[in-house]
Every structure is written in structure tokens, then in C-alpha cells.
Ligand binder design. Structure first.
Ligand code: GRF
Length: 189
């Protein structure tokens, strides 16, 4: 891998993590592409503001997941992408993408995995009444939120915290930890 690898961010929604990565001044790689599966997602506005090219592709318009992922792989090759950073990308990565970018796909999840996998992890933690939840960054494998863990940070849930309070604490940790962890994996490669 080059000393300053090219990064593609995959996102489906708001894109606050993408924003944090783009705003981080000491990123050891260059974000060259946003891949988005939702044509109306706010993350596309953020990409425009950063003059970041977007590849928008809905699986609905493709024959199957393989065709969908092959079109993404072509875009990644065009931009010479080395590392894929999932940031609120609401789909499982299929075999084609996993194989093409084996060991070079990372994801962020708003819980201390392996607790509270899947959707609405922050709500799951609040409803379970746990006193500590957090953020996990991990390599992606074929499972949902199951790959090897790279970094974790705990967030305490206070007795009078609302769901919104916990969400804000988690997102603040995500926005700090994700750029630092991207640098860590790039420097180790
Ligand atoms: C984050 O909480 C992330 O952990 C999860 O999806 C959310 C994305 O938020 N995978 P945003 O789109 O980056 O604001």
C-alpha cells in the first residue's frame, strides 16, 4: 500500500462520521470517494461541500447483490481506493467486495461489541439498563458487526441520561476515535 492510501467512505444517512474524518487535519490517507446507497441521504450534501466525488448506487436498480457490488468495485478501482471505511452504511458487505478488499474494510458500531449488534444499538443499550456502553471499530467480515476488534472506548450511562444524551456522548466519541483509528491501521500496514 502507498504511504498515503486512498480511502472510500461508505455511508447511507447523515454522515457525521464522514464529516469528522474529512475535517481531521492529520489524516494519514486521502478520502477520494463517497459510496452511498441512498440517493436522498444528507451525507451527499456534505460530500458536495467538501468537493468529494460521490458514487450513488441503489441495489434496487441492479439485478442482484453481486451486480450491485461489482458496480461499486469498478468505481473503487477508478479512484484507486486502498481502504474502505464504513460510516453508517446500512448494508452487509457481500463476498465480492470482501474478497476484493480483504482486510482493508473497517466499520464503526455504537456499542461495545459483541454486545448490542445490529440496528439501534444505542437504544438497545439504554433499554437494557446497562451502565456502560461505548463505541467499537472493527474489521469487517461476512457477519453483522462480527469482525476482529481494532479499538473500543467506553461511554457511561448516567441515571438521568435521556436517549438523546447517550447518543450525543457516543457520537462525540465516534468522531474523535474514528480518524485516530484510521491512522493507526494505515500506519500498521
Ligand atoms: C454511527 O452511530 C455509527 O456508529 C453507526 O451508524 C451511525 C452513523 O452516523 N454505524 P452518521 O451517519 O455518521 O452520522
Amino acid at each position: 500500500m502507498s504511504t498515503r492510501p486512498n480511502i472510500a467512505i461508505f455511508a447511507s444517512g447523515n454522515g457525521s462520521n464522514m464529516q469528522a474524518i474529512m475535517d481531521y487535519e492529520h489524516l494519514a490517507g486521502e478520502v477520494v470517494l463517497l459510496v452511498c446507497d441512498q440517493p436522498d441521504a444528507y451525507v451527499l450534501e456534505r460530500a458536495k461541500e467538501h468537493n468529494l466525488p460521490s458514487f450513488v448506487c441503489s441495489p434496487k436498480h441492479k439485478a442482484n447483490k453481486q451486480a450491485y457490488e461489482q458496480s461499486i468495485i469498478q468505481a473503487l478501482q477508478k479512484y484507486e481506493v486502498d481502504v474502505i471505511v464504513l460510516a453508517g452504511y446500512m448494508r452487509l458487505i457481500g463476498p465480492d467486495l470482501l474478497h476484493a478488499y480483504e482486510g482493508n474494510i473497517i466499520n464503526i458500531h455504537p456499542s461495545l461489541l459483541p454486545s448490542f449488534k445490529g440496528l439501534q444499538a444505542i437504544e438497545q443499550a439504554v433499554e437494557a439498563g446497562v451502565k456502560v456502553t461505548g463505541v467499537t471499530i472493527h474489521y469487517v467480515d461476512e457477519g453483522m458487526d462480527t469482525g476482529p476488534i481494532i479499538a473500543q472506548e467506553a461511554v457511561e450511562i448516567e441515571v438521568d441520561d435521556t436517549l438523546q444524551d447517550v447518543e450525543e456522548k457516543i457520537h462525540a466519541v465516534e468522531h474523535r476515535l474514528y480518524p485516530l483509528t484510521i491512522n493507526k491501521i494505515i500506519q500498521e500496514q
